[in-house]
Design a protein around this ligand. Structure first.
Ligand SMILES: NC(=O)c1ccc[n+]([C@@H]2O[C@H](COP(=O)([O-])OP(=O)(O)OC[C@H]3O[C@@H](n4cnc5c(N)ncnc54)[C@H](O)[C@@H]3O)[C@@H](O)[C@H]2O)c1
Length: 346
């Protein structure tokens, strides 16, 4: 039985406590938060779980085999590193860390210690995203031209990281998974109205080999909540609206360019295809619970997770490039330029 300790009981951590508590192959033995009030709240809900204020004590005493880190991003590298040094398996909430160099350090350490390093890219455990990947792999959509997404809402505003680091990891992880590759370059623009240097709105563009694109619009300063991802292929198009009951819709729509034959006017007419649409059946499951179960399965069976440290590093590589682009007025940044930067290990 894997003993799990969950660190960080703010907004997100309690969801992880609930999901891990429901699993049969593990036992949540301890929860940790440096804020005593958060610990007390959990004590009421989960009286059998041992609360602890000090993270070092949690990992030094023989209380857990694995830690789940749901603290602010800037603490991820330090907390994950300490756990791996104690030979614990580690689940880190997205994004894995602030920089590629920090991620690489964790990936190397996890490999050296032979421990599971798992990143909380929850959408890669959601049935609609798996269905989209199936539609792409089966060639139902044809060659993918681009994927775009909008993740908008009024709040919640964070002060530790920008909307780019808070919201875009979800869309980046989905796009990299759906296109099964990393982008070649990233550009990003946005603005910071509420807190200088912490962008409230960002528009990120990724260019991929094979003339494919990914466009992401994230904002916590928008009147409407939207969670929509659109995949445009040359055969069909599909949308994933996370707020709808029928989350995936496949459209038999497109624009075809006729092959030139004679040079007549008709040769240059585009053919618009307005076919029907359908919503494929999707077996619903709670993505967060599936994600937690996958972490435990990977530990138990010694499997490499889909959302392993390298996958987490790929997402942070895009974020870091986007941040650089943001700071340089939207200049495109080539991804390979970030791999060799040194890590500043505290
Ligand atoms: N997967 C998702 O959909 C999703 C959603 C929300 C947040 N998150 C991620 O979860 C993480 C936490 O986000 P949040 O919104 O819950 O943050 P939060 O600020 O609400 O909570 C963080 C908690 O961590 C505690 N903490 C900070 N440093 C600590 C330390 N050294 N030791 C012990 N406790 C410490 C704080 O006291 C606080 O209670 C972030 O990485 C965020 O990106 C993921």
């Amino acid at each position: 039985m894997i003993r799990v300790g969950i660190v960080g009981l703010g907004y997100w951590g309690p969801n992880l406590v609930r999901c891990f508590t429901d699993l049969e192959d593990c036992k949540v033995t301890s929860v940790c938060d440096q804020n005593c009030d958060q610990l007390l709240r959990m004590k009421d809900r989960f009286p059998s779980v041992y609360p602890i204020e000090n993270y070092d004590q949690l990992i030094e005493r023989d209380l857990v085999d694995a830690v789940v880190i749901a603290t602010p991003t800037e603490t991820h590298h330090e907390l994950a590193r300490k756990a791996l040094e104690r030979d614990l398996h580690v689940f880190v909430e997205k994004p894995l860390a602030k920089t590629v160099a920090e991620c690489r350090d964790l990936v190397d350490l996890a490999a050296h210690r032979n421990r599971c390093l798992f990143v909380g890219h929850v959408f890669l455990h959601s049935s609609p995203v798996l269905k989209l990947r199936e539609l792409i792999e089966s060639d139902e959509l044809g060659n993918i031209s681009y994927i775009s997404s909008r993740r908008l809402n009024l709040g919640p505003v964070r002060e530790d990281v920008s909307a780019l680091y808070d919201l875009a990891p979800h869309d980046i992880s989905m796009m990299l998974y759906l296109l099964d590759r990393k982008p070649m370059s990233v550009s990003c623009s946005g603005f910071d109205r509420l807190n200088p240097g912490i962008h409230d709105v960002c528009n990120l563009t990724m260019t991929f080999e094979g003339n494919q694109m990914g466009m992401i619009h994230v904002s916590w300063l928008d009147p409407r909540k939207e969670r929509v991802l659109t995949v445009v292929g040359d055969k069909k198009m599909a949308t994933y609206d996370d707020l709808e009951q029928e989350k995936i819709k496949v459209y038999d729509k497109g624009i075809d360019k006729p092959v030139k034959t004679s040079g007549d006017y008709a040769d240059f007419q585009l053919a618009y295809r307005h076919g029907g649409s359908y919503s494929p059946f999707i077996k619903e499951r709670e993505p967060l619970k599936a994600e937690c179960a996958e972490f435990i399965r990977c530990i138990t069976e010694g499997d490499v997770p889909l959302t392993d440290g390298v996958n987490g590093m790929d997402v942070v590589e895009v974020l870091e490039a986007a941040q650089r682009s943001l700071e340089s007025g939207g200049q495109p940044i080539l991804l390979d330029s970030l791999r060799d930067l040194p890590v500043d290990v505290a």
